[in-house]
Design a protein around this ligand. Structure first.
Ligand SMILES: [Zn+2]
Length: 155
């Protein structure tokens, strides 16, 4: 995967309170539950109160908040695990200077599509059942490779 840093970051504003036409998160959740009352990760069913809206690409890195291609219904257990993983990946992105958050503003220093592709890759790596420690070392390898690529691009 080729990562090129942009000369100028682009900025997006993060809003997650309301969807199109004023749809609230609660309404959106009910709609998804009606369509398919199963957790997108463990595939179990629960009462609606035990479900959360889960963003495959986190809103905090530019994922769409009210789009069915990005929002899924997950049970609270799976949602918590996924959120922990999101935090690690976002930390990694910040560490690599790919993103910078400032309040509701998000500055992105790489192509958004590439960032999301990389996110999906890292998430799948984490979901593959390996321990986090192992993933950290794999990520280190990836970040080293990316740093080298960055240097190569400058030459
Ligand atoms: Zn689940």
């Amino acid at each position: 995967m080729e990562i090129k840093k942009l000369n100028k970051p682009f900025r997006i504003y993060i809003t997650r309170n309301k969807g199109p036409f004023g749809t609230s998160a609660a309404t959106f959740k009910k709609e998804l539950y009606k369509e398919n009352p199963f957790c997108a990760i463990c595939n179990k069913t629960f009462s609606i109160h035990y479900f959360d809206l889960e963003h495959w690409i986190p809103v905090g890195i530019g994922g769409k908040a009210f789009d069915k291609t990005n929002v899924r219904l997950c049970c609270k257990d799976c949602h918590n695990k996924k959120t922990d993983m999101d935090k690690i990946i976002i930390y990694f992105f910040k560490d690599m200077d790919f993103i910078e958050r400032s309040g509701s503003e998000l500055f992105i220093f790489v192509d958004l599509e590439t960032l999301h592709e990389l996110y999906t890759f890292l998430t799948k790596l984490s979901l593959s059942g390996k321990e986090h420690k192992k993933n950290y070392s794999e990520w280190e390898n990836i970040s080293t490779a990316l740093r080298f690529e960055e240097k190569d691009n400058q030459n």
